[in-house]
Write a protein that binds this ligand. Structure first.
Ligand code: SF4
Ligand code: SF4
Ligand code: SF4
Length: 262
């Protein structure tokens, strides 16, 4: 097996990268070829929250069922491992992994965000979540599309792009180059929702402190910016089960352990 290298572009952990690319191909095929741009809603797990908000305000029955089911599956999977949908399935996560590596390659990426700040900034996504729910309910419209990179990528060339969307997407693009998975860490409302269930996951990344040499290679490998110096037995709700930390450790210190074990 090839030695893990955080410098490798995208294919650091090949199994994960291939799974991510497969889901990306399926997603693009379903939306661009079979369903059309509106089909993106049927594959968006955020529908789990957005659809009930619209059902209540418009007094209509359920729609975008595919997205609602995906949203439930993403949360159910989190009861086993932390947020596997984000680490292995979500096409946007794949895009952000790619952009994060691109930012590094061109020397645009920021230094590692301090652990305390990385954890605190996560709460911004709960603000996004709350605002989206309230705005959706009040306006009776799918307001999330204004800032959704997936929707606009899928509808490229088919729908006129509002100015507000251009501003938001430009900001997300720059953030993604500067901070790997910055959107996932601090903005995505579905990420915020699944993060609430991480403390209930059966598994988490654990480590053997006696073997650790404090090289921090694992912290540099983590796409969500978790610093193992501060969170060695990973409790952070940022964790997306990518396993990059485990593969990167030269001492084979890290492993998937039971969360409840002491
Ligand atoms: S946080 Fe949001 S955008 Fe990022 S991988 Fe998860 S669902 Fe996708
Ligand atoms: S802690 Fe490990 S498994 Fe979790 S997101 Fe970071 S690198 Fe991936
Ligand atoms: S990569 Fe392994 S040895 Fe280095 S700090 Fe992380 S757990 Fe310790």
């Amino acid at each position: 097996m090839k030695k893990y290298s955080s410098r490798r572009f995208f294919f650091k952990k090949p199994v994960r990268s291939i799974v991510q690319l497969l889901f990306l191909v399926v997603f693009v095929f379903l939306v661009r070829v079979l369903w059309g741009a509106a089909g993106a809603h049927n594959l968006c797990p955020w529908a789990l929250v957005e659809v009930p908000a619209l059902m209540l305000s418009l007094k209509v029955g359920i729609f975008f069922v595919g997205g609602v089911i995906l949203g439930i599956i993403g949360i159910a999977a989190t009861l086993f491992y932390p947020r596997p949908f984000c680490g292995w399935v979500c096409p946007l996560g794949t895009l952000f992994d790619f952009l994060g590596d691109l930012g590094k390659k061109i020397g645009f990426s920021a230094k590692q965000i301090p652990h305390w700040l990385n954890e605190k900034l996560r709460f911004f996504s709960y603000g996004v979540l709350g605002i989206l729910v309230i705005m959706t309910f009040l306006t009776k419209r799918l307001v999330c599309i204004y800032g959704c990179p997936a929707f606009w990528i899928c509808s490229a060339g088919r729908v006129a792009v509002p100015i507000i969307t251009i501003v938001i997407l430009a900001a997300v693009f720059i953030l993604s180059l500067r901070v790997k998975r910055g959107f996932c860490r601090y903005i995505c409302p579905y990420g915020a929702l699944t993060a609430l269930f991480v403390p209930l996951s059966m598994k988490k990344v654990r480590g053997n402190l006696e073997v650790c040499i404090s090289c921090r290679i694992c912290s540099k490998a983590c796409p969500m910016g978790i610093d193992f110096l501060h969170d060695f037995d990973v409790n952070s709700a940022h964790c997306i089960s990518c396993g990059e930390c485990i593969d990167s450790c030269p001492k084979r210190t890290l492993f998937w352990g039971n969360r409840r074990d002491s």
